[in-house]
Design a protein around this ligand. Sequence first.
Ligand code: GLA
Length: 381
Amino acid sequence: MDMSRRTVIVGAAAAGVTAATLGTAHAAEVRKPVRTPFGTLADGTRVHRWSLENGGTRLKVLSYGGIVQSLEVPDRRGRHTNVSLGFDTLEDYVSSSPYFGALIGRYGNRIAEGRFTLDGRTHQVSVNDGENTLHGGAQGFDKRVWDVEPFTKGSDVGLHLYYTSVDGEMGYPGTLRTKVTYTLTRDGDWRIDYEATTDRATVVNLTSHVYWNLAGESSGTVYDHELSIAASRYTPVDAGLIPTGELAKVAGTPFDFRRAKTVGEDIRVAHPQLLHGKGLDHNWVLDKGITSRPGHIATLRDPSSGRTLRIATTEPGLQFYSGNFLDGSLVGSGGTVYRQGDGLCLETQHYPDSPNHPSFPSTVLRPGQTYRSTTVHSFSA
Ligand code: GLA
């Protein structure tokens, strides 16, 4: 940045004008992430919260679980609100979080009976959801403290998060070195880049478990949000929410979101699949498949505020979970009780239980390979 522009910005800041109101995004000097204490774990480990802002989006991230504790975006009148469910304290995250805002690993969603066979050897991983494993097991990546390295690069600001999962952790083979990068762009997009390498063949399926409510995290249900998903098929599940292996057509079912409809429109239809997860809790088979660059797959819009979230990903699947297990027993960061449907998750990933379904896209990672996955969240109003 040349000195004359810097002088303009400093002058504007002194006059009480924020960078955002200057209008041209490139005129804004990128602010460095700010770190504040967020509490201490029982073993004495200190947890920090990082605050980032760019292009009108404000993000707060915990070193514990890489958790998005707050994500604020403006409505059509420029009013910011937090659109992601979460808690105010570390204690709440440790004791009772249903994965609010967290990074999920080593394997997002379920593996049947926590068991799979790789190269002729059967592995038993931590079982924490009835007889199955969910989101990596009892102590998944959502419950680990990540090393966080802030950065600014050109007009981007972000965080690199590092976690090494040792060979045998939660039963998974191979030491997995994981790097996740959260970037806020000058347009206010939130981009997630996942990378991982291993020293033994293993399975990997990383994702982010933000619960969205574009009207604000304490505003009631998301049933009036409009959603579209670019998927003609989904993976039906059994009573334990394990895919049967079938790729079923969405046409003529409550799972058809190819044209935008409200989340609530078909949620009470007496379709047997809706009984298993007490609502929508399924993997959509994205029509675009695996791509080297993120492709658009879903749009979520809150008509009342105008806030719109567009999601693009390299992944072949989307787990859309309509917050069915929120039951009024948790008090969120806005001081209200979260009830069923108060937030929804759009988790870009490979299909659940892929290690037990050879016909699904593979989640196997071998030494010498690098796991890469990217998801971009774009906001407008
Ligand atoms: C995922 C699963 C759901 C539920 C939530 C967490 O989205 O698909 O069944 O377990 O995580 O509560």
